[in-house]
Design a binder for this molecule. Structure first.
Ligand code: SF4
Ligand code: SF4
Length: 178
């Protein structure tokens, strides 16, 4: 199969992939109510700062996939997590779709099904272990000491862990794809 044919095949939607109720599932959640108002003008994509740098990231496409019910495809897509929540799309959408909120709803649904990209799982492990999203390497701490720099402030992973224990966060992080 040629590359062009493979791309065409990839973009094809099969009836078996469609979950008819998905658009209602999204619309029922706070923030996703206006999903069906999108008329695919493309303003969100053309103004999105992330879409400018990544050809794979197209908010208009994400909204369309959710509208037609491509549930697994949209929830399992790593590109869903590229949104920087800058709200430019929300400000500029002529249909008042609140695109950034719809994407947040989709990400939450994805997380509930175990679709969380590895990088976010690693960040959350670092937070739980050290209290910071970035685990500072021992070598860097040693170098600071050698250079007479003051120690870095310590995080408080224990109290953070206790708080997170009371939320769904830890369960979500451990969840495997269903
Ligand atoms: S700007 Fe609004 S109406 Fe236009 S494609 Fe994006 S979500 Fe749809
Ligand atoms: S909120 Fe997300 S989708 Fe909307 S413009 Fe910003 S990065 Fe793009």
């Amino acid at each position: 199969m040629t590359e062009a044919a493979a791309t065409k095949e990839e973009g094809r939607v099969r009836a078996s992939e469609i979950s008819r109720g998905f658009k209602y599932e999204v619309s029922k959640v706070h923030g996703g109510e206006k999903l069906l108002k999108c008329f695919q003008c493309g303003t969100c994509t053309s103004d999105c700062p992330i879409a400018r740098f990544s050809d794979a990231y197209r908010p208009r496409q994400i909204i369309r996939m959710a509208q037609i019910g491509l549930k697994e495809k949209v929830l399992s897509s790593d590109t869903l997590w590229l949104c920087a929540s800058c709200f430019t799309c929300t400000d500029r959408c002529p249909q008042d779709v609140e695109v950034a909120n719809v994407i947040r709803v989709l990400r939450n649904l994805a997380a509930q099904q175990g679709y969380i990209p590895r990088v976010f799982k690693e960040l959350s492990s670092a937070i739980l272990e050290t209290g910071y999203a970035y685990k500072i390497p021992d070598l860097r701490i040693k170098k600071r000491e050698e250079q007479g720099l003051p120690s870095l402030p310590k995080g408080d992973p224990e109290s953070l862990g206790k708080t997170l224990q009371k939320t769904f966060f830890l369960r979500l992080m451990e969840k495997k794809v269903e």
